[in-house]
Design a binder for this molecule. Sequence first.
Ligand code: FES
Length: 572
Amino acid sequence: MLQRLRLVSGLVLLTFVATHLLNHSLGLVSLEAANAGRVWFVAFWRHPLGTTLLYGSWLTHFTLVLWALYQRRHLRIPRWEILRLTLGLLIPSLLLQHIFGTRVQHETWGVEDDYTRQVLFYWVLNPSVGVEQVALLSIVWLHGCLGLYYWLRVKRWRRWTLPGLRLVGPLVPILALLGFADMGQEIGALAADPLWIAQGAMAVSPEVAATIDRLKNGAYGLYVGSVLAVFGARRVRTILQQRKGVVCLDYPNGRQVLITPGTTVLEASRGAGIPHASLCGGRGRCSTCRTRVGAGSETLPEPSADEARVLRRLGTAPNVRLACQLRPTADLAVFPLLPPTSALPAGLFGPSAAAGTEQEIAVLFADLRAFTRFAEHRLPYDVVFVLNQYFTAMGGAIERTGGRVDKFIGDGIMALFGLESGSVQGCRDALAGALEMARALEQLNQTLRHELKEPLRMGIGIHAGQVIVGEMGHGRARALTAIGDAVNTASRLESLTKEYASQLVVSDEVASQAGVDLSSFPSYEIEIRGRVRPLSIRVIANARDLEPALAVLTRVPTTSGQLPSESQADRR
Ligand code: FES
């Protein structure tokens, strides 16, 4: 809830800043245009509703930042977080000048704070304060864009939003600065007349100016005091906790890290310089920091509601916890489960699959039936030959229907559908993929009929849902893959094909997203570990039986394996 509040309040503030800067950029047209645009700007942001929204968001955001600062046990955090935090803490100290020079003067003493007066003040009368305000503009914008970037980078809309952010990010402040400079030139020319400048400068009396200064200094004091109070409270907490003793964490490489109670395992790893995957930055959303707890697990505190929800979705063992949420109170042995290489992008706005995205896709698992028995009675060469024939046929079927082979595991296959086209098309493609795989298997059995005592049989499971897609692994074994609840469920559905003696088990979720009517196939409800409600599935004896149901989809390949309406290249 707090994270959401911080995000929403940050987005409101960023919207305010964006509209403010766009208003500045109207100065490129003329001073008059900027003043005309400002009428609309203040009509919204100085309306009681806009005012509540703006100042409520500012107060919320600032309080939550201080709270997050207090919550941290140390400040050994990734560089991007340090940059964002520093910029964020600089903002209020620079912003107060701006607020008192505009809104406070206007509301209290009725001073007209239009562009004519503001630009005269910042460009002609007090250029050093003007430079400060330019710095403020850059800092606020950079802070906001960083926040937006690190929020978007784990979202599936990253593909289309990040290029936009890359363009708009530098463009908006540049246009605003150019607009400000243009207005400065215009006002500079007017200010050549001493009478005009005297009228502009005398907008407030010296007494009022002195009162404003006093109020401003009071606000500065309040701000600095609240930040110092947070650091003071952190220090007091550390001293109190140190009195209670320290907790020792044992890592797999034999390293031991001493922490004060209340520190999270992720903070402990970061503090000790031990690489630890944390795609969402420790917000309890990505699960990549998950850690198995060995000795001492009996002392684990109960997971919070949020952590419990994520762990339930993963279906993990009770001794697996999220390192970013777990605050050990006694000595523990910890084993981070995912490779730490799931790291941040190399460049600030550079694309990186390593960063991972939350995405809704369809996941297909397939497995050869009784292949171990088959392999026991064949020469290794034969086994490899048959398996490669099978993988080639199935890989081709998956790719022809728009899927991506994620990996071959023994005689099993995992494939992802909808990585680029989205979940709805992914579900359609996955069903079409199952049909195409069944056709390909029939063809392969026909080709190998003299080699095989009995035809190859396979089981396929398909489910759709939210997963994290990203590059995972190490060295040359690093590849794009998906992790998450939907992956585990698809694998479970594939294993159910043995129980139901069928070729395909597909969740109702897939059928409904694909818009395909599978009501003619038997339906069951099954329990899946980690799911609150049972999962409805359809059991299909032979995936070829899907043909009539999928005939409504234009992208189902024909029996020749070609797509009727568009080529594979077009579809990609
Ligand atoms: S770092 Fe993402 S859940 Fe812990």
